[in-house]
Design a protein around this ligand. Structure first.
Ligand code: NI
Length: 440
């Protein structure tokens, strides 16, 4: 270690000691420094610029080639090593010692197949594609965090793993990243999503299940078509499908614990094309949601049994397809209790404890769940609502907008959660000393 590094290490140690002395029982409050840094005009301008460039050029799942190129160029400029391509367009960056412990922070990169309705200077230039879920802001904030962390790389007590993943919107991009080995040796993962329901400067989350497990089903109910005026010569699949749908509604209302929230929705009904013809078959389809693996698998099994059984009551046959290859089941997004406590501590120090909201779980699904299915994780919402600017349109609306004022908060939270996780999971000098003594 050269002299200047030695001096800067001592200075950092002293500054951490002096900050933590205001909170003698708590951990060092390094989060505050990151928010101050993230609010510096040069960092804010960069994040806004990245976000707007991505917004102008939205790309769908597994097609994020230009997005990926922009990220790699910025990582190159910051001097951050990375692996690419992972899961087609994904990138995994590394900041810190290069050794354990490893902690991951994640951003999704994909846009939606919809036309932007907002008229503004940086409107999507690609017809029929739009960043209507804020993933452009997510990438900008993770790049912002990368910059903040890279400046502190000498002080990281391990390695921060940056995950830029493709295809969050139903493509199961996270699953493909995991299959490529991105979670190997990673002890914990943090992820965020912008929220139009939570005030700017606030965050929201909860321990345990935070987003539902989700699956899709499709069934073909087959009878015997014929003249609508001679029903006795037909086997009517429309009537059978109608009874199937009514019976499916009993799964939640009669078979599930009323305190264990679940959803079964039939959202698709296709059959027949004439007023006087009973069709041969009807196709129905829908989604089901639950907050535990057991409830999810129970629903899946009963959906199949009810469709086949109820169709048989009407003399029809049925085949049920869960399309798991095309539309993978999303596990429950489960917040680990210890990591959620860590999130509360870090976010509390950064934003003030009164700016952390505990929310009920949401029935929406999020592919961050694939990570929390494998390693402990914590997922939270970053507030964007600002009453003085009027209400924000919700995600997936063609009028969705980002409150760019919150970009520094997201970057600082990512950086603080990761850095402090490493600091706290690293054995303290006392415990190393203790261990050495034990071994002697
Ligand atoms: Ni999203």
């Amino acid at each position: 270690m050269d002299f200047f590094k030695w001096v800067s290490s001592i200075l950092l140690l002293l500054s951490m000691l002096s900050i933590s002395s205001s909170n003698p029982t708590g951990p060092p409050q390094i989060g505050f420094d990151f928010l101050t840094s993230a609010k510096k005009p040069e960092i804010v301008e960069k994040m806004v610029d990245w976000r707007r460039r991505l917004h102008e050029n939205p790309e769908l799942g597994f097609e994020e080639f230009e997005t990926s190129k922009l990220i790699r160029k910025e990582l190159d400029e910051m001097g951050i090593p990375y692996k690419h391509p992972i899961a087609v367009t994904g990138i995994v960056g590394f900041i810190g010692s290069g050794g354990p412990p490893f902690v991951a922070i994640r951003a999704d990169m994909d846009a939606l197949p919809m036309q932007e309705g907002v008229e503004w200077e940086h409107k999507s230039k690609i017809p029929g594609k739009m960043h209507a879920c804020g993933h452009d802001a997510h990438v900008a904030m993770l790049l912002g965090a990368a910059k903040l962390l890279q400046e502190q790389r000498e002080n990281l007590q391990g390695t921060v793993v940056l995950l830029f993943q493709p295809a969050e919107e139903g493509g199961g991009g996270a699953q493909k990243m995991i299959e490529a080995g991105v979670l190997e040796n990673v002890k914990a993962i943090f992820g965020l999503h912008v929220s139009t329901d939570v005030a700017a400067g606030m965050v929201a989350s909860r321990p345990g299940p935070v987003m539902a497990g989700s699956g899709f089903f499709e069934a073909v109910i087959s009878g015997k078509g014929g003249h609508a005026a001679i029903p006795q010569h037909t086997i009517d699949p429309i009537l059978a499908a109608s009874n199937v749908i009514v019976s499916l509604q009993h799964l939640v209302s009669r078979e599930a614990d009323p305190l264990d929230s679940q959803v079964v929705t039939v959202a698709k009904f296709q059959g027949g094309g004439a007023f006087n013809v009973i069709p041969d078959s009807v196709t129905i389809g829908g989604t089901f949601r639950a907050f535990s693996k057991e409830s999810f698998l129970q629903l899946k099994q009963r959906i199949e049994e009810v469709i086949i059984g109820q169709a048989a009551v009407q003399r029809c046959s049925a085949t049920v397809n869960f399309n798991a290859k095309e539309r993978p089941f999303f596990p429950v997004t489960m917040n680990n209790e210890d990591l959620h406590r860590h999130f509360r501590n870090v976010a509390g120090d950064l934003l003030g404890p009164h700016n952390i909201r505990e929310i009920p779980p949401l029935m929406g699904a999020e592919d961050f769940a694939f990570y929390t299915d494998v390693i402990p994780g914590c997922y939270f919402f970053l507030g964007m609502k600002n009453e003085s600017h009027g209400p924000l349109e919700s995600a997936h609306s063609p009028y969705f907008t980002i409150n760019e004022d919150v970009l520094p908060y997201g970057a600082a939270l990512h950086a603080s959660l990761a850095m402090r996780y490493l600091l706290e999971s690293h054995p303290s000098p006392q415990s190393i000393e203790g261990k050495a003594h034990d071994e002697l």
